[in-house]
Design a protein around this ligand. Structure first.
Ligand code: NAD
Ligand code: SF4
Length: 442
């Protein structure tokens, strides 16, 4: 059985409530950090742990924290990005719903390390029932002296606020989130300046994902050196993976980052294999923004090495033959799934969610959607496949925020690995909508 650091107590009845959380070791890390470590030592411990941002980008957390500007007399903020909207990703929801105090404790330790006296949880609008859970946990923590003024007599003050989003995917992009938090339309800002220098209301701000902040708790409890032992190389610790698609056991799993993709898909501890005994066709390992991998490149890298559930291994070969761990939204497709239809579904999503600020994204996402629609619905031409390739190339790297790339990469990967499926659609317009896409087509 894999060891757990975040969900180890998730099964305990009542762990959502303060008394149970506390009696099972909760807030011990906060006590240690505030009473015996101090802010700089906490930052050092997080650096030592090698923790990388769990929202998708994998940026080193300790490094991000150390970038925070500290001008005299200017407040600093910690913002928790709980706008989990990446298709296939639902791990943060699980954490917030079942162990909210882990996030509150993580926010307390992280705010202390950063010198932030206000922390915000910006939560996805569709997670309509979770803000109440968080508010209750915040009230309990405040009632017990973990929030408010002069926490544990250290002179450190902290308030945590919950802000609901209104259902826009783009507000998960950190600068759009900050705009929204300031009460404006959620349009991404140009970076740099990064939020660590100029963030919320122009002040130094760290934006971290829910899981990243929660992971600070076990890091302080066990120490950075121990945390590293839960992974391989620069993929340290554990990672929450939300697994969905054609598998026997969809759900949220905590993995040590030292298991293979094959083990994750086929072992009973995790996904339990492909549903109905069918064959694995493809997988999007890190949420809809990352490239799809065909089965042959999913279990082994192009070099023939075992593909591991790590940042490095999933990206081995770059996007030519690899993908990304991303947000851990693991979408598995069996032999009956149609890559063209899946790609169209994602293209529709990105077009709908584009904020429209930059033309390559605003126009390109709509154009890709139309061309994919034509191919899927038996009205495509062979030249449309090259046209699609050209459009995605012109979006990638030419936009203000990563949504443009996120729209382009799935299209590129689908054509790169499944071009014959696109061609089949063009050649068989009448069958395109009624086919069962078995592996026989390959
Ligand atoms: P990014 O690489 O631009 O930035 C990562 C983080 O590091 C940011 O917080 C950024 O401010 C910080 N950073 C980078 N360089 C810095 C510097 N020089 N100084 C200070 N700070 C610096 O990526 P991103 O836009 O934060 O995230 C993109 C990822 O988000 C995608 O790869 C995708 O996987 C993921 N994503 C996740 C969801 C979700 O629901 N979890 C949704 C959409 C996208
Ligand atoms: Fe908006 Fe798309 Fe430009 Fe991002 S890439 S700023 S979503 S138009």
């Amino acid at each position: 059985m894999g060891r757990k650091l975040l969900l180890d107590k998730a099964h305990i009845e009542g762990i959502r409530y303060y008394d149970t959380y506390r009696s099972n070791g909760g807030y011990a890390a906060a006590e240690k950090a505030l009473k015996s470590m101090g802010p700089d030592a906490v930052v050092e411990e997080v650096k030592k742990s090698g923790l990388r941002g769990r929202g998708g980008a994998g940026f080193p957390t300790g490094l991000k924290w150390s970038f925070i500007a500290k001008p005299e007399g200017v407040p600093r903020y910690l913002v928790c990005n709980a706008d989990e909207s990446e298709p296939g990703t639902f791990k943060d929801r699980y954490l917030m719903e079942f162990i909210p105090h882990l996030l509150i404790e993580g926010l307390l330790i992280s705010s202390f390390a950063l010198g932030a006296n206000s922390a915000y949880i910006y939560i996805r609008g569709e997670y309509a029932w979770i803000p109440d859970i968080l508010e209750q946990a915040i009230a309990e923590a405040k009632n017990k002296g973990w929030l408010g003024k002069n926490i544990l007599g250290t002179g450190f003050d902290l308030e945590i606020y919950v802000q609901r989003g209104a259902g826009a995917y783009i507000c998960g992009e950190e600068t759009a989130l900050l705009e929204s938090l300031e009460g404006k339309r959620g349009n991404p800002r140009i970076k740099p300046p990064f939020p660590a220098v100029k963030g919320l209301w122009g002040c130094p701000t760290v934006v971290n994902n829910v899981e990243t902040i929660a992971a600070v708790v076990p890091i302080i409890n066990i120490g950075g050196d121990e945390y590293i032992k839960f992974g391989i190389g620069k993929s340290t610790g554990t990672k929450l993976i939300s697994a969905c698609g054609n598998i026997n056991k969809p759900g949220v799993y905590e993995i040590e980052m030292n298991i293979s993709v094959e083990e994750f898909i086929y072992s009973d501890e995790y996904c339990g294999g492909i549903k109905g005994g069918k064959r694995l066709k493809a997988c999007i390992p890190g949420g809809s923004s990352v490239p799809v991998l065909p089965a042959n490149l999913l279990l082994k890298t192009a070099k023939g090495e075992t593909r591991m559930m790590t940042y490095e291994s999933l990206n081995d070969g770059g996007f030519a033959t690899g993908s990304m761990l991303g947000s851990g939204g693991f979408i598995v497709m069996d032999e009956d799934q149609c890559i063209v239809r899946n790609t169209l579904t994602f293209a529709r999503f990105y077009h709908h969610e584009s904020c429209g600020q930059c033309s390559p994204c605003r126009e390109g996402t709509g154009w890709m959607k139309k061309v994919l629609h034509n191919i899927e619905y038996g009205k495509g031409k062979m030249s449309d496949i090259d046209l699609l390739w050209d459009i995605q190339r012109k979006i990638e790297g030419n936009t203000i925020c990563p949504l443009g790339d996120a729209a382009a990469w799935p299209v590129a990967a689908a054509i790169r690995h499944f071009r014959d499926e696109f061609e089949w659609h063009v050649k068989h317009p009448d069958e395109a909508l009624t086919r069962n896409f078995g592996l026989a087509h390959y």
